[in-house]
Ligand binder design. Structure first.
Ligand code: CP
Ligand code: NVA
Length: 300
């Protein structure tokens, strides 16, 4: 039987995603109460990182430990991945040994190829194209604080990058309206946008995107792998900063989210990210709980 994978949010139905969010909320409560819950005893997750990470690594590793299982950190520096062993072979071998594989890499096609040869579930922990695990945490944070997100208006300000693409998928699956403001030339992928239909609007003006929005979110201007474009991007993206002036246009009780790491003074001001509308610390914590729900869903 082919395993279920989680390469994008679209791999789960809207109902499955909502159940997963509710389960994340429940597992969080259990964790805070100190309740032991170990459904993944003797299960092993391999975590393959070709890019840096703080939150993703620690949340998956801690999540597996809390669920009674074990996680192995693998980097290209000290495995055969970095020496050119074919992805197909790595997938066949690893998936015969471990129960699930989490991958953070560059090209999205790499995780697709890996998954197509893997007999164990594969989780996308960020590619150049998508970051679905982050959206589980963002949605859990919204559901905890505001209830269901169906019909709400979300403003994504900045680069049409992996986070933006996953927000588009989330708009489609959860049924919220998404306004995306990017500089020209940095728009999200047209096919991903088209799949979400009328729920997504592309704009040039961040102010227009933010007006009466219920949630304002942004991400770094230069993602991992784009470090050499940092200076050029700072110039292009300067008008797309989320600051107090922009937040004033949003709805009065709007939340602010950011997947982190953040660059204060670039895509967001300290005043906003450290201010009362910001939910970034809950959002970061929820990586742990939402992914525990995901691991339970894929492995039991
Ligand atoms: N948000 C996020 O994925 O953070 P890390 O890069 O630290 O894993
Ligand atoms: N867009 C960012 C997200 C980091 C979690 C990147 O890909 O570097």
């Amino acid at each position: 039987m082919n395993p279920r994978h989680f390469l994008t949010l679209l791999d789960l139905s809207g109902d499955e995603l909502r159940q997963l969010i509710q389960r994340g909320i429940e597992l969080k409560q259990w964790q805070h109460e100190g309740r032991i819950f170990e459904p993944l005893k003797n299960k092993v997750l391999a975590m393959l990182f070709e890019k840096s990470s703080t939150r993703t690594r620690v949340s998956f590793e801690t999540g597996m430990a809390q669920l009674g299982g074990y996680a192995i950190f693998l980097s290209p520096r000290d495995t055969q991945f970095g020496r050119g062993e074919p992805i197909e072979d790595s997938a066949r071998v690893l998936s015969r040994m471990v129960d699930a594989i989490m991958i953070r890499t560059f090209e999205h096609e790499k995780v697709e190829l890996f998954a197509s040869c893997s007999s164990a579930p594969v989780i996308n922990a960020l590619t150049d194209q998508y970051h679905p695990c982050q959206l589980l945490a963002d949605m859990q944070t919204w559901f905890e604080q505001r209830g269901d997100i169906r019909g709400a208006t979300v403003a994504f300000i900045g680069d049409g990058n992996n986070m933006c693409h996953s927000y588009i998928n989330a708009a489609y699956r959860f049924g919220f309206n998404l306004r995306i403001a990017t500089p020209e030339g940095y728009r999200p992928d047209a096919e991903i946008v088209a799949a979400a239909g009328a729920l997504v609007t592309l704009l040039d003006d961040p102010m227009e995107a933010a007006r009466n929005a219920d949630l304002v979110t942004t991400d770094v201007w230069a993602s991992m792998g784009q470090e050499q474009e940092q200076a050029a991007r700072e110039r292009v993206f300067a008008p797309f900063q989320v600051n107090a002036e922009l937040m004033r246009l949003a709805s009065k009780d709007a939340l602010f989210m950011h997947c982190l790491p953040a660059h204060r003074g670039e895509e967001v001001t300290a005043e906003v990210i450290d201010g009362p509308q910001s939910t970034v610390w809950d959002e970061a914590e929820n990586r742990l709980h939402a992914q525990k729900a995901l691991l339970e869903f894929l492995l039991t």
